[in-house]
Design a protein around this ligand. Structure first.
Ligand code: ADP
Ligand code: ZN
Ligand code: ZN
Length: 730
């Protein structure tokens, strides 16, 4: 029997457990005022758990006699806004994620864990009308005098200055009033002057064309002034009383970028990035939530900012890998941004000098609108890129890290008291084998993808099909036994440079030298003041930095990103070269890039040296189409991990067998299917196995859902992750 006016809440329990991954019903106590999106505490089994109210209804589906009541409300406002609830459903459908794990993305983690609170500060001030005090109370008189002069003051300040007891006496006599005020912990950083510029015609055109709903791909060469375009767009939307989200890769959230936005948009900006303290994050989040901040600038996760009435969403450097979350919950920022832009009926702008193949192909198909900025804002030419054949260097007897050309150019830089950057192309764990005489690199016979050397079992492996090959003793092309593996490291390069230029300041920037807070900034400042100076670094120096006196960029072994055993490796190499080259000759001086490679005839170098993005795109897209890799197919990986290898391997096998059955009904949709150990077989004491498949696009979603249902219907002991077009397969 339902009592009159009974209300029920649908609650998602805030636990990352598969068994709890659904909606539970609770009775809303009569006296409780509750709204959708609020966090609550509910009884569950014999525990009290936190949860999110996602619906409120007049009826219930479950037996009402067995229903329990909500215990209490956590915050007095709904922390999950209705847009975010819809986003949750979208992400659940798209990525097969657990509901609670999605909702957790929407809140600062410390808030959920109850570890962070508003910062409340006590103030004191004189009451307007108050009685006189006795002449003997000298200290009290001093306080009154002080407050008369200064108005309201910090409680702590007054009590430190004049003592706690006279202040307390005044409060008890109701001469002084105490009140509390909430303080925002604002991230502090230096803000320079706002350098406003007039837009060029091309920039203005870009701003004007980005109007109304849809996705816009802003393809602008390095230095074309995309940031100015973004800022003008945001400005326009603020004038329309709207808000904006601006995403940049974490690595380019440099003080310079933050300062630029702060200078332009002042108090309207909220910054979200990993360097903030929990308190700062929480306060920035609340400034956004309550509409005080209108522009959100941040890395990937800022796409979940609780901002309403969005007028434009911008993803800068849209091709960056960091926009895809590779740890659980796995999601792609582009998808989330597309959803939010649609919901808010506003434009989504994807900006890059080297759009991803995926995005550009969407522009080609007309799904995205393409806008081009083909010249630099300051009218300067892009630096000349010279390709150096390192095999030729070897043949000519030069066994060094540096080619003779790079050596000559470095000497010139040093003599002219200018600066150079040496870029070491390092990509995670990968390494490949290469013939030092003809440049041959081993590839998988089935997938046409370069093989990765696994030292622990001394095999070459294909990450896309698991096939294994013997390591090379001699080159199958030219029979040479001069096989080389392993990459040059930053340290080695620095040492070499110090020998060549003992009087020059040679700085190093990589993971090892930037682990401490502010180390990054310190190195950059020191480099800025070193003339001549040489900065050696990894991907970290590839973007964002604007050094006037850098006239030379050396890329020591460009091939390192080319043979990572990933179908995106050619695309990434093109992006890296373009980006690194953009560091040279940004102001008055002419810039130059020296690119050293053992595969000088690879098309990626030809196109990047000519800054021919379109030519590169056509060639690469064509290659993907022939070899059936994304965006012309869907790669799906299901990763199993557990401490007990028997369990992982059995559970993987069981799923695999069912997927094999599924394939027999959909033979033509499967390009590839196999189960195997992951390339990195064991991480943190857990064994990892995977099922890999490549699907034709026509029925990809249908197959994907069927595969997911196979997984979802089981109770695994292993942790199971489902990945679409994963960024890497290690
Ligand atoms: P991108 O992000 O496209 O690589 P930036 O936004 O960093 O390019 O701009 C490159 C440089 O050009 C910056 O120093 C910027 O201040 C300057 N700039 C941008 N737009 C203009 C303009 N319209 N006139 C003069 N300088 C500009
Ligand atoms: Zn060879
Ligand atoms: Zn293969």
């Amino acid at each position: 029997m339902l009592e009159d006016n009974m209300k029920f809440a649908s609650v998602i329990i805030d636990q990352d457990a598969k068994a709890l991954d659904r909606v539970f019903e609770y009775i809303i106590p009569k006296e409780m005022e509750i709204k959708i999106g609020q966090r609550v505490v509910v009884p569950f089994g014999n525990r009290m758990l936190q949860g999110f109210v996602v619906d409120i209804k007049n009826t219930c589906e479950y037996d009402v006699k067995k229903l329990k009541s909500i215990n209490l409300i956590i915050e007095d406002y709904p922390v999950i806004k209705s847009e975010m609830l819809e986003l949750m459903n979208f992400m659940c459908e798209k990525y097969h994620l657990k509901l609670a794990s999605i909702l957790r993305l929407f809140l600062p983690s410390h808030m959920r864990e109850g570890k962070v609170k508003e910062l409340v500060v006590k103030y004191v001030e004189l009451k307007k009308i108050h009685e006189n005090i006795s002449k003997n109370a000298k200290k009290q008189a001093k306080i009154i005098e002080f407050l008369e002069k200064n108005g309201k003051c910090l409680f702590s300040e007054v009590s430190n200055e004049f003592g706690y007891s006279p202040l307390k006496a005044l409060i008890e006599k109701e001469i002084v009033r105490v009140f509390e005020k909430e303080i925002n912990r604002k991230p502090s950083f230096s803000v320079e002057e706002d350098k406003r510029v007039n837009l060029s015609n091309m920039q203005q055109n870009a701003v004007d064309s980005i109007n109304g709903e849809g996705v816009y791909l802003l393809h602008g060469v390095t230095g074309s002034g995309k940031t100015e375009v973004y800022m003008h767009l945001i400005d326009r939307e603020l004038k329309n009383n709207k808000t904006a989200i601006m995403l940049v890769p974490e690595i380019s959230l440099t003080p310079q970028v933050l300062s630029n936005f702060k200078a332009r948009f002042k108090e309207d900006v909220a910054i979200l990035h990993s360097g903030l303290s929990a308190g700062e994050k929480f306060d920035e989040w609340r400034r956004i939530f309550f509409g005080e901040a209108k522009v959100v600038v941040g890395a990937r996760s800022a796409i979940f900012a609780p901002i309403e009435n969005v007028g434009v969403i911008i993803i800068d450097e849209e091709h960056e890998q960091s926009y895809v979350s590779e740890s659980n919950p796995r999601y792609a920022t582009h998808d989330v941004a597309t959803f939010r832009a649609k919901y808010n009926k506003c434009p989504l702008v994807l900006g890059s000098a080297t759009p991803s193949i995926d995005s550009y192909s969407k522009a080609e198909k007309g799904e995205y609108k393409l806008i081009e900025l083909p010249v630099r804002a300051n009218g300067k030419e892009l630096p000349k890129i010279q390709i150096i054949d390192m095999l030729m260097e070897l043949r000519n007897g030069n066994n060094n890290i540096f080619s003779s050309q790079l050596m000559v150019d470095l000497y010139n830089v040093v003599n002219n008291k200018k600066q150079a950057m040496i870029f070491i192309n390092r990509r995670g764990f990968s390494s490949f084998q290469r013939c030092r005489d003809c440049g041959y690199v081993a590839k998988c016979t089935d997938c046409d993808i370069s093989l990765v050397l696994h030292k622990e079992d001394n095999r070459l492996k294909c990450h896309y099909c698991g096939k294994q090959f013997r390591v090379l003793d001699f080159c199958p092309e030219c029979k040479s036994a001069n096989i080389k593996q392993g990459a040059v490291g930053t340290e080695q390069v620095v040492e070499e440079l110090k020998k060549l230029f003992p009087d020059v300041n040679v700085l190093r920037m990589d993971n090892d030298t930037t682990s401490t807070k502010n180390a990054h900034q310190k190195i950059l400042t020191e480099f800025k003041n070193s003339k001549p100076g040489i900065l050696v670094g990894t991907q970290m120096i590839a973007k964002g930095h604007d050094f006037e006196d850098v006239v030379l960029v050396g890329i020591v072994d460009a091939d390192q990103s080319l043979y990572t055993g990933d179908y995106r490796s050619i695309e990434r190499t093109f992006q890296l070269i373009t980006q690194v080259s953009g560091r040279a000759g940004r102001s008055q001086s002419e810039g130059k890039v020296v690119l050293q490679t053992y595969s000088p005839r690879h098309f990626v170098y030809r196109f990047s040296a000519n800054y021919d993005y379109l030519g590169f795109y056509k060639k690469e897209a064509n290659l993907r189409e022939t070899t059936l890799f994304p965006p012309y197919s869907l790669v799906l990986r299901i990763l199993f991990s557990h401490e007990n290898e028997n369990i992982v391997s059995q559970e993987t096998k069981m799923c695999y067998n069912e997927i094999v059955n599924l394939r027999s009904e959909h033979e033509k949709d499967f390009i590839f299917l196999d189960a195997m150990k992951s390339p990195l077989k064991r991480i943190k004491n857990k064994f990892r196995y995977q099922i890999l498949m490549r699907l034709r696009l026509d029925n990809a979603k249908e197959i994907e859902n069927k595969v997911f249902n196979i997984i979802d219907g089981k109770n695994f002991k292993s942790s199971v992750f489902f990945e679409l077009n994963p960024q890497n397969l290690t």
